[in-house]
Ligand binder design. Sequence first.
Ligand SMILES: NC(=O)C1=CN([C@@H]2O[C@H](COP(=O)(O)OP(=O)(O)OC[C@H]3O[C@@H](n4cnc5c(N)ncnc54)[C@H](OP(=O)(O)O)[C@@H]3O)[C@@H](O)[C@H]2O)C=CC1
Ligand SMILES: O=C1O[C@H](COP(=O)(O)O)[C@@H](O)[C@H](O)[C@H]1O
Length: 513
Amino acid sequence: MSESAKTTQDDKKHLCTVIVLGASGDLATKKTFPALFGLYKNHYLDPKTQIIGYARTKMDKATFEGHIVKYIKLKTDEDREALPKFLKLCSYQDGQYDKDQDFQVLEKEIEKVEKASGATARLFYMALPPSVFISVATSIKHNNYKKGVITRLIVEKPFGMDLESSRKLAKDLGALFTEEEIYRIDHYLGKEMVKNLMILRFANVIFGSVWNRHSIDNIQITFKEKIGTAGRGGYFNEFGIIRDVMQNHLLQILTLIAMEPPVSLGAEDVRDEKVKVLRYIPPIAKGDVLTGQYTKSKDGKEPGYLDDPTVPKGSKTPTYAATTLFIQNERWTGVPFILKCGKALDQQKTEIRIQFKEVSGHMFTNLARNEIVIRVQPNEAVYVKIMNKEPGLGMKTVISDLDLSYSSRFDNVVIPEAYESLILDSLNGDHSNFVRDDELDAAWKIFTPILKTIDSGEIEPIPYAFGSRGPHGVTEFVAKHGYERSNQEYVWPNHSEASVAAKGQDQKVKLRS
Ligand SMILES: NC(=O)C1=CN([C@@H]2O[C@H](COP(=O)(O)OP(=O)(O)OC[C@H]3O[C@@H](n4cnc5c(N)ncnc54)[C@H](OP(=O)(O)O)[C@@H]3O)[C@@H](O)[C@H]2O)C=CC1
Ligand SMILES: O=C1O[C@H](COP(=O)(O)O)[C@@H](O)[C@H](O)[C@H]1O
């Protein structure tokens, strides 16, 4: 174990200097700096914290500041007051990613700000394309890694393309930094409702006792986006929707839904349980996958995937995928976990739908199955679909719900951005919501064989129109794995953003988009 790693055990709350590598890029501008600002204005960031941006692009201070503020939303007077103070903490340094002398200049800058702030830890945020991860990590190790200073490295996905490349990345990174120093970010682990999963499951007897194959018939985890690849076609085409969303975000949700109770909330206890679940899942079978690719919208206004000039002609990269995973352990054998994700669909939402088995006996007719729906975004909510007596003189059953919609239940709550939550965790040295190397390995084992089949062009993606519900066959795919759609009419009252807005001005919860 390195000198630096040894000290981290006891020094979680060190004052950090934050170094954002790739500071000129999309992620840094859209997510990293707005999240750092969010932490600052809510007093989670020590006001002495210094933030240094680093990238190849030459920028003076004013240009850099213009860049940082582009996606920072200023909603209140306090926000407007906080911004100039936040900008004072930020500076920018240009340099190449593989030149020691440039990282030496960066080192001088870090030492200068450390002297002023008294910081004893460094958080390097790699907001960079994976092609430069290792050369940047090497440059940091050679030039900016100091004995006695805590070093933390946030690495963005994708963590490889398949099992082999992921192992290589892990090996190369592992030769430079300890596992304790590495924070592999999956921003879904920072989402409020994803963080709520352990509490829902393990702090409620009524849920805990039915959370198994004896009561649950099937589980669906769905991610839908209205946008297409939106200028990221070059990146996307290499990866496809399974690597972009399913193998990481949806699988992380699955592990939290399916794992056994951890011994504690400690990072290693939680991650041990997550790995165990993944190891019980066999690789996805070819018959358990359906893929699609979006075409022009029906009105011709939105372009098809292949119309993106950065996408190679005739590409078969899927922009939609549905797969079914099975966890072969005592709790879950026989329960299909159906993961669905797609771009350019009819709506934006991420939700977990747990459908229970049928009620036995024949006392009632026309019953719908119970469902617990955990709405990750938008309109965070947990609602339970139950059968109820239709009010009146008869004994007719009707679907109703027990609805915990955050917008109506919690007053004046600000739901933090996922990146705010995760950056705060890394500043505090907390790994619980980051991906461990063996977790990654187990995840790639599940997906690599089917990805190879898809990459070989063996599975033809089914075309679907931009803005539609997805490719034909998804309903049948889901039904094949046991999901039963009720023939009783039911619409969750808070299903759309419009419905939340329509609830009127007394809406108290501030939900950030
Ligand atoms: N953008 C997003 O919404 C998300 C991104 N990610 C991940 O975050 C990381 C960064 O993504 P993103 O910000 O979109 O990436 P960008 O393409 O915007 O790259 C970030 C910066 O890296 C430098 N760069 C770009 N291409 C190269 C290259 N070929 N060689 C060397 N340097 C290069 C550029 O800075 P300069 O030229 O100034 O050095 C650029 O500003 C990636 O790993 C991505 O997968 C994860 C989730 C969401
Ligand atoms: O990681 C990614 O996630 C986004 C979706 O994130 P969300 O927080 O807006 O749900 C997705 O658009 C992108 O393709 C993917 O790389």
